[in-house]
Design a protein around this ligand. Structure first.
Ligand code: SF4
Ligand code: SF4
Length: 161
């Protein structure tokens, strides 16, 4: 008899605890948002995908094809074709890139390449909406507008991977 009463009291207590959790959550503000109609503010230091910058004085990228970004990339997703600089430029450099490629599908947005670049020609855009049905759409290619003025070397420079 006492055992039955004890079990009944425990059952009531369990139901009460469950109901308390349900009521507490029902009264709180929801923590989900209706994406894409609502968006949460991004953290201040969020990086997003990497792109190449143009230099106003050069008319194209200031990249010197040093390979520091390629070596620093933990995801192995950067490659480029280097060309020899054969015309007079406001900034002195021996080589630059013609096509610079980043596979955003593999990039983990760590920012190591941006930090490693000695001429600050890479930057993070801060965008995160990159989903695509085709992996090819995630291949970022920067075509250097000044590349045609330069000469492909007879012996190719180191070209990323
Ligand atoms: S952000 Fe990181 S993973 Fe992405 S390209 Fe740069 S170094 Fe590679
Ligand atoms: S680190 Fe900068 S300068 Fe060097 S290859 Fe990469 S983008 Fe070009």
């Amino acid at each position: 008899m006492w055992k039955t009463i004890e079990n009944f009291a425990r059952a009531i207590e369990s139901i009460g605890r469950g109901l308390a959790v349900t009521i507490r959550n029902a009264l709180e503000r929801p923590i989900t948002v209706q994406y894409p109609y609502e968006r949460l503010p991004l953290p201040e230091r969020f990086r997003g995908q990497v792109v190449m910058l143009d230099d106003a004085t050069l008319g194209g990228t200031a990249c010197i094809a040093c390979g520091a970004c390629v070596r620093s990339c933990p995801a192995d997703c950067i490659a480029y074709d280097a060309v020899e600089v054969t015309w007079e430029e406001p900034k002195k450099r021996r080589q630059t890139v013609s096509h610079y490629r980043i596979d955003w599908g593999k990039c983990i947005n760590c920012g190591f390449c941006v930090a490693a670049c000695p001429v600050n020609c890479l930057t993070n855009l801060g965008d995160y909406e990159l989903s695509s049905y085709q992996r090819d759409n995630l291949l970022y290619v920067y075509d250097n507008p000044t590349a045609a003025k330069h000469r492909q070397p007879e012996v190719p420079f180191r070209s990323g991977r």
